[in-house]
Design a protein around this ligand. Sequence first.
Ligand code: BGC
Ligand code: ZN
Length: 375
Amino acid sequence: MKSNGSLEIKAVAVCPGRKNSAHLVRVPKPELAPGDRNKVLVKVLSVGVDGTDKEILAAEYGASPSGDPFLITGHESFGVVEKAGPDVVGLRPGDYVVATVRRPGSSLYDAIGTYDMSTDDTYYERGINLRHGFLTEYYVEDPEYVVKVPSGLKEVAVLLEPASVVEKGIAQAFEIQRRLRVWRPRKAAVLGAGTIGLLATMALRARGLEVHTFSKTEQPYLNAALVEEIGATYHSTNQLSLRDAAAELGPFDMIFEATGFSPLVFDAMEALGKNGVLILSSVTGGSRTIEVPADRINLGFVLGNKVMVGTVNANREYFEMGVNDFSKCELTWPGWLKKLLTHRVVGLENFNELLALLTDGDGVIKPYCEVAQHV
Ligand code: BGC
Ligand code: ZN
């Protein structure tokens, strides 16, 4: 990749380790160099923000690329291919795309394309850790990390990165449960009704499961209405504890944890049915400690042959699964995905408004920046 000295583009940058350091920078426009035969230049159309961005802003997470004073933030991208090098296969100018987030390190898992399973201590994630992200106007990328999106999904494709995280968790759970030879999951619980909880609810409903989604807030609640629109049931944990729910509604064959509140994991371990699988997806950067009934939880896990699995990030395989589920979702529940995109901020220069939405809980599901319009 080379930069075109005369042209500059805007980007939203942060100084990791310094609180509330978001600012607009101008950087050289990336371009395909003559040697970049197998690369694409992508014009960014929209970028979503989430709890990880919030943690980076709070200086609890994230790192700049080595030698750079700032990190261009944003990891939930959607764009359109503007140029493709002569050796690129399967992507053409005009194609809609989303980019994966992590880039390979040096472990065996990285070497086979499953960089989301890296065992390296250092990981490279665009917009998060050691690699610049997508809250900018253009990026250049290897087609391996760019996933084509059908134009019918262009209004909702900015949700594909968070969806990929959900898809990975569910796919891995099914993979693990092959141990049971005849596993037919019927009931699932989803803990959390934020973007990840809602997308997990959708992905599990799309697989035909009875889904119960839990979070604290009592109805009327937009997220609860969205859960019920796709045939799942919403429960406020103020009114029904997970323990009571397991007794009344269970056994849960699968539980997907996405609340960001780690103490709930131990309740979930107890609420999980025999032979069940518990998927943990909350990245909890804090240092909370609690007391738990260790013998009882352990006994239930051992006697019940239960499994718990942690999951982070996603490689392109899971983005592709997300594309399939989004297509299915648009056919089955038309317009539902779009309702998750509650807050649009137009233009990178309005980044302060965008980032403020991360702390402004009421009615906010997914805030995103419309960087450019595609006509
Ligand atoms: C991103 C993942 C990433 C994780 C940990 C999440 O917000 O969606 O792609 O691996 O943060 O950095
Ligand atoms: Zn994220």
